[in-house]
Design a binder for this molecule. Structure first.
Ligand code: NAD
Ligand code: LMR
Length: 336
C-alpha cells in the first residue's frame, strides 16, 4: 500500500451524521481499499467531547487505512491541507420546520468555512455540503472561496436520488442496481423534481415499465405526479415524523456515494448532484442546483442535450425559482 494519505475534513463530526460517516470513511468507503486516510474532525465547543469520543472509538476500531485523527474547533486548522471536505455541521430541522427556516440559522456557518477552505485547503479540494439548506449553504461557501474553482463546491442531492431509486425498485419489482439515469433537478427541498423520463431498467424505459405495471400511461402518470414525486421530495419530513429526528444513516451513505463517485468516477449512466450551474437547462449561472451528472476524470459534468417535457420544464423552473429566492435572501442577510 504505497498511496499517499488523503486528508478528509468532516464538520459536525460529533453529530449524528458525523458518527455514521466516520467509520465507513475510515474503512475505505470513499477512496477504496488501497488509500490511507487522515481525518480532521471540526466541531463547535459544545460538540467537541462527542467528536473526541468518536476519535477514541476510531482508534479502537483499528482500521488499517486510518493514519491519523485530529479534532478541532478552529475551521482554519481543520481545513488545512484538506483534499475532501464534508460540510455536515449545522442544525437539523425538526417536525414542522421547512428547510428554508434554517437559512438564517445555518447560513452564518458556511461563509467562514468557505473562507477557511480558501485559505488552506489542498489545491485539489472537493467539497460536499450536507448541512441544510444544503444548496444555498454551498453557494455561500463557494462565494467565500474566490481562489477555489467553483466546480469544487457541491451540495448533496444523492440522498434524494437514492430515495427515488428505492421507490422505483419497490414499485417495479426490480433491483436498485439495475436502474439507470434517474435525475433529481433543483433544490434539496420539497420543490425538487425527481425525473424518471429518461430512466431505464436493463435498457427498457421506466415510463413504459410503469405503464405496463400500473395499467396504462394515465395510471403511470398519476402515480408519478401524485405518489412518486411527493414521496421522494417529502421523504425527509416522512423520516422526521416516523423516526422522531432527521435521516442519518441514509444521509451519510449518500454523502459517501457522492464523494466516491466524484473521486472514482461514475460507472453506469449518470447520477444526481447539486453543482454550480453554468447556465445549462436554463438554470441561472451560479446557483447550486441539482442536475444529471457524470463524474469524468475527477470532475462532475452536467449531462447535456436531454429533451425535457413542458411538465419537466415547469417543475424545474419552480425549484430553481426557490433557489433564486434563497440566494436573494442570503444576499439580503449579507451572507454572500
Ligand atoms: P446533529 O445535530 O446530530 O449534528 C450536527 C453537528 O454539527 C452537531 O454536533 C453540532 O455541534 C455541529 N455543528 C454546528 N455548528 C457547527 C459549526 N459551525 N462547525 C462545526 N460543527 C458544527 O445533526 P445531523 O443529524 O448530523 O444533521 C446535520 C445536518 O445535515 C443538518 O443540517 C441536517 O438538516 C442535514 N441533513 C442533510 C441531508 C441532505 O440530504 N442534504 C440529509 C440529512 C440531514
Ligand atoms: C433529509 O432530506 O432527510 C434531510 O434534508 C433532513 C430534512 O430536514 O429533511
Amino acid at each position: 500500500m504505497s498511496a499517499r494519505p488523503v486528508t478528509i475534513t468532516i464538520t459536525g463530526a460529533g453529530g449524528q451524521i458525523g458518527y455514521a460517516l466516520l467509520f465507513r470513511i475510515a474503512s475505505g468507503a470513499i477512496l477504496g481499499p488501497d488509500v490511507p486516510v487522515r481525518l480532521n474532525l471540526l466541531e463547535i465547543p459544545q460538540g467537541l467531547r462527542a467528536a473526541e469520543g468518536a476519535a477514541l472509538e476510531l482508534q479502537d476500531a483499528a482500521f488499517p487505512l486510518l493514519r491519523q485523527v485530529e479534532v478541532y474547533d478552529d475551521a482554519t486548522k481543520a481545513f488545512s491541507g484538506a483534499n475532501l471536505a464534508l460540510l455536515v455541521g449545522a442544525r437539523p430541522r425538526t417536525a414542522g420546520m421547512e428547510r428554508g427556516d434554517l437559512l438564517a440559522a445555518n447560513g452564518g456557518i458556511f461563509g467562514p468555512q468557505g473562507a477557511a477552505i480558501n485559505a488552506g485547503a489542498a489545491d485539489d479540494v472537493r467539497v460536499v455540503v450536507v448541512g441544510n439548506p444544503a444548496n444555498t449553504n454551498a453557494l455561500i461557501a463557494a462565494s467565500h472561496a474566490p481562489d477555489v474553482p467553483a466546480g469544487r463546491f457541491t451540495a448533496l442531492t444523492r440522498l434524494d436520488h437514492n430515495r427515488a431509486l428505492g421507490q422505483l425498485a419497490a414499485t417495479l419489482g426490480s433491483t436498485v442496481g439495475s436502474l439507470r439515469d434517474v435525475t433529481i433537478w433543483g433544490n434539496h427541498s420539497a420543490t425538487q423534481f425527481p425525473d424518471v423520463s429518461h430512466a431505464t431498467i436493463d435498457g427498457e424505459s421506466v415510463p413504459n415499465l410503469l405503464s405496463a405495471r400500473l395499467g396504462g400511461a394515465d395510471a403511470a402518470r398519476e402515480w408519478l405526479v401524485d405518489s412518486f414525486i411527493p414521496r421522494v421530495a417529502k421523504r425527509g419530513a416522512e423520516i422526521i415524523e416516523v423516526r422522531g429526528s432527521s435521516s442519518v444513516a441514509s444521509a451519510a451513505s449518500a454523502a459517501i456515494d457522492h464523494m466516491r463517485d466524484w473521486v472514482q468516477g461514475t460507472q453506469h449512466g449518470w447520477t444526481s448532484a447539486a453543482v454550480v450551474s453554468d447556465g445549462s437547462y436554463g438554470v441561472p449561472e451560479g446557483l447550486v442546483s441539482s442536475f444529471p451528472v457524470e463524474s469524468v476524470e475527477g470532475e462532475w459534468r452536467i449531462v447535456q442535450g436531454l429533451d425535457l417535457s413542458a411538465f419537466a420544464e415547469h417543475r424545474i423552473a419552480a425549484s430553481v425559482g426557490e433557489l433564486a429566492e434563497e440566494r436573494d435572501a442570503v444576499r439580503e442577510l449579507g451572507l454572500i
